[in-house]
Design a protein around this ligand. Structure first.
Ligand code: ATP
Length: 198
């Protein structure tokens, strides 16, 4: 039986906080494979400044070159419409019927998880692997994990937070501030080459 991870997000752009979550969960849980899943239209947040699917997908591909366990799926992009995670999870479950599947989440996503469309069905198919994003959210996370455990498995990993967001990075680029330390090197090169987020 293998351990497979799914890591969904807008990845606009993918940054070192994402890679930190990916690396932490992959190493701590011992994942055999981690599938990055850039979304089409995110159901949980505004898509106003969302870059084109191809661009976000390409940046994920470049970032995923860092580890041979990592791959990138275009399933949500091809599906079009709003990217409800339950459909993605059911798709991956069909591909890997006998394996253990983890869905990776940062803390903000766990805290709102019980508002997600058919979250109970998500938890029938996958365990959640969660890493804190902020220094002061651990109590809230533990409380939410307790509430959700009646629906399925929630793993709270203890790791120092790496507090950075795509929004902050987009703003830094727009304002000509330093940003390269927050991104994988190949993603920095891609952003510069294509003059993105200016
Ligand atoms: P934005 O600022 O555009 O809203 P974001 O930085 O929150 O984007 P997403 O692509 O929306 O990034 O996040 C995808 C997943 O990665 C979510 O589960 C989110 O909680 C998690 N994540 C993002 N940044 C971090 C971080 N710094 N540490 C841990 N998890 C993170």
């Amino acid at each position: 039986m293998k351990k497979i991870g799914i890591f969904g997000g807008t990845f606009n752009p993918i940054h070192k906080g994402h890679m930190y979550l990916a690396d932490t969960v992959s190493d701590t849980i011992g994942l055999d494979k981690l599938i990055f899943m850039p979304s089409n239209i995110p159901p949980h947040k505004s898509a106003d400044d969302l870059y084109a699917n191809e661009i976000r997908f390409e940046m994920c591909k470049l970032a995923a070159e860092s580890d041979k366990r990592y791959e990138v799926s275009d399933f949500e992009i091809r599906r079009q419409g709003k990217s409800y995670s339950v459909y993605t999870v059911e798709h991956i479950r069909n591909l890997y019927p006998d394996d253990i599947i983890y869905m990776l989440l940062g803390s903000d996503m766990l805290l709102s998880f019980d508002k997600w469309f058919r979250f109970e069905d998500i938890l029938k198919n996958v365990a959640l692997a969660v890493v804190s994003r902020e220094n002061d959210d651990i109590d809230d996370l533990k409380k939410k994990a307790c509430e959700l455990r009646k629906y399925g498995q929630i793993e709270l990993l203890s790791a120092e937070p790496f507090p950075v967001s795509s929004t902050e990075i987009r703003n830094k680029i727009k304002n000509s501030e330093k940003y390269s330390c927050y991104l994988p090197e190949k993603v920095v090169q891609y952003i510069r080459l294509n003059n993105l987020y200016r």
